[in-house]
Design a protein around this ligand. Structure first.
Ligand code: PLP
Length: 404
């Protein structure tokens, strides 16, 4: 008789976005004339940059001819893209092309990276967080039991007003730490010094930092590191995840990459220090067959001078939305963070309302949809997230409604 991976049935159903959708569709069917503004979803709304579409069309055309047709590509990505990544995103940081693994996005990589770690590792995750970190550790048996809304074996790094949403170093020793900066959902960032203290922690405790930089392109302030490898010593202790999803509108096109310097090592049971680059290479070449040539050419196109200009334009568009949302929320007296180096604004609900109560209030009284913060973890209770991915005129209208 086949048995299932029991860990899967311990995981609560993915409730957040389905419950948001259920409440919105119920309200819409009861109020057919309502003009509902959706500021909840983290999907982009602007189309792909022209340079990417042109590159895809050219690459697609190559598939017509026997001389230029491509079959299976290298699982880790074509050299042209890995080189472009190293030259453009990691210039002067000493990352080499064979330390870059191209993939179909940061969700797969942040989720699958657990394959190369033992089930016995102690894992710390910021709270609130992108739900993939918690759920995939639960699937991998590293989370323990789900009791009263929390996993018994995870270390939750609380991010709230009392620490300005900057996680404190864990008091106990942990083996793996997930950090996501700029952060989803809070939109907050770490300064170089703050990130350096995490690298220091990892060095002292022989921990690995899994650094999710999916929103790196949205950084506008000087002292905010774009890559963890800007911090001395990080090349021994950190893995970094990047994505073209939000940067260049690839949420449907799918491309991202993971950097694993050859110097990042973890221990085998026999005490040998093993390169994680080697293990991930083994994992990817076994379980993954690469991103399509056409899509990798589109990703490469984002690095041309015109590509950079078009990508910057997308980012600026969303960040202007973020500014408008942030200022509107502030002017109705809400306490907010984020929206300066990230396309998310994290607002404290008024009068101690719960996340869901404020969600319902905004839906029913203002016809605005946000995301209840508690859906990202217990420390998100009492907060809501607004996404800057949307049409600027619709966002302007939503902010007028908030102010009225
Ligand atoms: N990491 C974070 C923090 C995200 O918010 C998201 C998407 O919302 C992802 C990763 C996934 O990105 P991708 O589209 O590259 O899978």
């Amino acid at each position: 008789m086949p048995y299932i991976n029991e860990n899967f049935i311990k995981i609560p159903a993915a409730y957040l976005f389905s419950e948001v959708a259920r409440r919105v569709s119920q309200y819409a069917s009861e109020n057919p004339g309502a003009d509902i503004m959706r500021m909840g979803i983290g999907d982009v709304t602007l189309p792909l940059p022209d340079v990417c579409v042109d590159a895809m069309m050219k690459a697609a055309d190559e598939q017509r001819k026997v001389e230029t047709f491509r079959g299976y590509g290298p699982e880790q990505g074509y050299d042209f893209l890995r080189k472009a990544i190293v030259e453009n995103d990691f210039a002067s940081l000493g990352i080499e092309a064979d330390e870059v693994f191209v993939s179909d996005g940061a969700k797969s990589d942040t989720g699958n990276i657990g394959d190369i770690f033992s089930g016995s590792n102690k894992v710390a995750i910021t709270d609130p967080s992108y739900p993939v970190y918690v759920d995939t550790n639960a699937m991998g048996g590293r989370a323990g039991e789900f009791v009263n809304g929390c996993w018994t074996d995870l270390v939750y790094l609380t991010c709230n007003e009392s620490n300005q949403f900057i996680p404190d170093l864990p008091e106990e020793k942990v083996d793996i730490v997930y950090l996501c900066y700029p952060n989803n959902p809070t939109g907050t960032t770490l300064t170089k010094d703050q990130l350096a203290s995490w690298v220091g922690y990892a060095q002292e405790n022989r921990a690995i930092i899994l650094f999710d930089a999916a929103y790196e392109a949205f950084i506008t302030e000087e002292d905010v590191p774009h890559s963890i490898y800007e911090i001395a010593g990080a090349k021994e202790v950190a893995i970094e995840f990047r994505s073209y999803s939000k940067t260049a509108g690839f949420t449907g096109t799918r491309c991202g990459y993971t950097v694993i310097p050859k110097s990042v090592k973890a221990s085998s049971e026999s005490g040998e220090r093993v390169s994680l680059n080697k293990l991930w290479h083994r994992r990817q070449t076994t379980k993954f067959n690469g991103v399509s040539y056409v899509v990798q050419r589109a990703a490469e196109a984002t690095y041309s001078p015109e590509g950079r200009r078009q990508v910057d334009e997308l980012v600026r568009y969303y960040m202007e939305n973020a500014r408008v949302i942030r200022e509107a929320l502030q002017s109705i007296g809400l306490s907010v963070v984020g929206g300066v180096n990230a396309p998310y604004v994290w607002a404290k609900t008024p009068d101690g309302m719960s996340s869901w109560d404020y969600f319902d209030f905004l839906l029913k009284k203002k016809n605005i949809v946000c995301t209840p913060g508690v859906g990202f973890g217990a420390s998100g209770e009492g907060f809501v997230r607004f996404s800057a991915f949307g049409d600027k005129d619709r966002i302007a209208e939503a902010t007028r409604r908030m102010l009225s």
